[in-house]
Design a protein around this ligand. Structure first.
Ligand SMILES: [Zn+2]
Ligand SMILES: [Zn+2]
Length: 223
């Protein structure tokens, strides 16, 4: 069964593993493709993308696994998100994740809204108490809403599913891995989707179809 995950951390921010060890462990768990998205702000976008791109190239050459260099813009001023997301894409980030308004951290209010309005944002992670209006903007602008297995952040999954579904928004299931034990298996990713309230058919779309669509978007960027 294919397995995709577009939100993972290394020790370039607060994860435990080097990119190569994270990638190797993901291969063993059955990953098809993955994104490395360390915490970023204006200070470190270029550095992160450049470093991860080198290991992504190595992984492709020797292990034939698709690793997308990305960033997770984290606790940035909401008004700065358009410029920072564009900066990340210019730097070569294939995936721009925003650290959304999780229920367990004082993320600046307005972060969700700025993210779903921004064409350079791919994924709004753990949006917490996302509003119906924000869900509609996400649907309209092609910003994926994240269903997460991350402790604490996962408290908002139910609300994300209910409002996202009503708005016709698209979901992705991510691990937000910081430690080896956070890495998914295909079976666990499915359990996370179903536990958040997706139907089996919706889970298939979130786990299999939406990731392929995102990869196509990435490929079109490159062309
Ligand atoms: Zn986050
Ligand atoms: Zn994260």
């Amino acid at each position: 069964m294919p397995l995709y995950d577009f939100h993972m951390h290394t020790f370039f921010s607060d994860g435990e593993l080097l990119p190569t060890e994270l990638i190797r462990r993901c291969i063993v768990k059955g990953y098809t493709a993955m994104a490395i998205t360390d915490h970023a702000s204006a200070s470190n976008i270029e550095e992160l993308v450049e470093k991860v791109s080198r290991d992504a190239a190595l992984a492709w050459q020797h292990w034939q696994i698709r690793v997308l260099p990305g960033v997770e813009l984290t606790h940035c001023p909401p008004a700065s998100i358009p410029a920072l997301a564009a900066q990340a894409k210019r730097a070569g980030a294939k995936v721009v994740v925003i650290h959304g308004e999780t229920l367990v951290e004082p993320v600046p209010p307005g972060t969700n809204r700025a993210s779903v309005e921004c064409p350079d944002v791919d994924i709004l992670a753990h949006p917490g108490l996302l509003t119906a209006e924000e869900a509609e903007l996400a649907a309209r602008n092609g910003v994926y809403l994240e269903i997460t297995s991350r402790r604490g952040h996962c408290l908002g999954n139910g609300n994300t599913v209910v409002l996202g579904r009503a708005a016709g928004a698209k979901f992705l299931v991510n691990s937000d891995t910081h430690s080896p034990g956070d890495i998914h298996t295909p079976e666990f990713a499915r359990v996370v989707a179903l536990g958040a309230g997706l139907t089996p058919a919706e889970a298939d779309i979130a786990l299999l179809e939406n990731p392929k669509e995102l990869l196509l978007r990435v490929d079109s960027l490159r062309a």
